[in-house]
Design a protein around this ligand. Structure first.
Ligand code: NAD
Length: 304
């Protein structure tokens, strides 16, 4: 019988927190051996403007880095900084040998160009893998630094032990940051990939043929049991904040994915939950990339 993703039509949950914890353990070991060898890691996050939410996020990054022994600093820039000034800051960070990783917090204020900014992040220090060069290298079958979300999807599939070779995969959502890099990476892993998007005429006719469905759209409940072949693996990248009635009847916020858990979980073979699925693994990929970037900067690994 050919290998099939379909085993039992009752979804096993893909525990993103457990997968992320394993990756973080490895990262911690790598960080301590790099530090012991006199090759420290220093990650710089560039934050433009005064968003309190972005500050909280940066605070969480700082805490995570501290726990793992990674040096972290936040470079705060004024809201009205010009594109040229921002580019100049990125050039300085690229030239600074003490800085081994760079990330730019999004969204940027509207007068700044995100793509131009991402072009300005040094390719080997680009820990999020967002420089178009890093996304483009995936086409050549290798990544200098892989885009985090796409790498997280691959990692989650790999954690099941199921080979991607020859699998029918449907990726729903074709953004530059999530869907397209994921489709490229999965193609490199020998899957047959169909990339669907808002103009796809009949989404279920594609997704129902898939052994693996990856959803990265940002619409709660988009993928239901109607979209899934029994036993298929479903990876939910979506992160949506919705309001639902709480125990006392008042509306409360909840984080959900793009998959209608209630109708998909009895059908799917594997399912990644939200929260606790792709999200923590994406953060773990960022940390893994931070180590990779440091190794590239210190000349321990080569880009190709
Ligand atoms: P985006 O808005 O840039 O792209 C959405 C994509 O979905 C587009 O390609 C669009 O064509 C497609 N789409 C929209 N409606 C559709 C429909 N009805 N049917 C099929 N395709 C449709 O979004 P993004 O930045 O790629 O983010 C997508 C989701 O993934 C968001 O919820 C975001 O929060 C989440 N996300 C999660 C992670 C993570 O690490 N877990 C990382 C990045 C993004």
């Amino acid at each position: 019988m050919p290998e099939s993703v379909l085993t039992t039509p009752q979804a096993k949950l893909l525990d993103g927190k457990a997968i992320a914890a394993r990756i973080r353990q490895n990262v911690a070991l790598e960080v301590s051996s790099l530090t012991a060898a006199g090759k420290p890691i220093q990650l710089v996050t560039v934050l433009v403007g005064n968003s309190p939410a972005a500050r909280v996020y940066a605070g969480n990054q700082a805490k995570t880095c501290r726990e793992l022994g990674i040096g972290y600093s936040l470079r705060e820039l004024p809201e009205d900084i010009s594109q040229q000034q921002l580019n100049a800051v990125l050039q300085c960070l690229a030239a600074d040998h003490n800085v081994t990783g760079i990330m730019v917090q999004l969204p940027l204020p509207p007068h700044l160009n995100t793509q131009e900014t991402q072009y300005g992040i040094d390719v080997i220090k680009d820990v999020e893998g967002v420089n178009p060069a890093n996304i483009g290298h995936v086409v050549y079958g290798h990544s200098i630094i892989a885009p985090c979300t796409a790498a997280a999807v691959v990692e989650m599939i790999a954690s099941t032990g199921i080979s991607l070779t020859g699998k029918e995969v449907v990726v729903v959502g074709a953004s530059r940051i999530a869907g397209k890099p994921t489709a490229l990476l999965l193609t490199e892993m020998q899957a047959t990939v169909t990339l669907c998007h808002i103009h796809t005429r009949d989404l279920p006719s594609h997704s129902r043929n898939a052994d693996i469905v990856v959803v990265a759209v940002g619409k709660p409940g988009l993928i239901t049991g109607q979209h899934i072949k029994p036993g298929a693996m479903v990876i939910d990248v979506g992160i949506n904040r919705i309001q639902v009635p709480g125990p006392d009847g008042r509306m409360i916020h909840r984080t959900v994915g793009d998959v209608d858990f209630a109708s998909v979980s009895p059908l799917a073979g594997w399912l990644s939950p939200v929260p606790g699925g792709v999200g923590p693994v994406t953060v773990a990929m960022l940390l893994r990339n931070t180590v990779r970037a440091a190794k590239l900067v210190h000349g321990i690994e080569k880009p190709f």
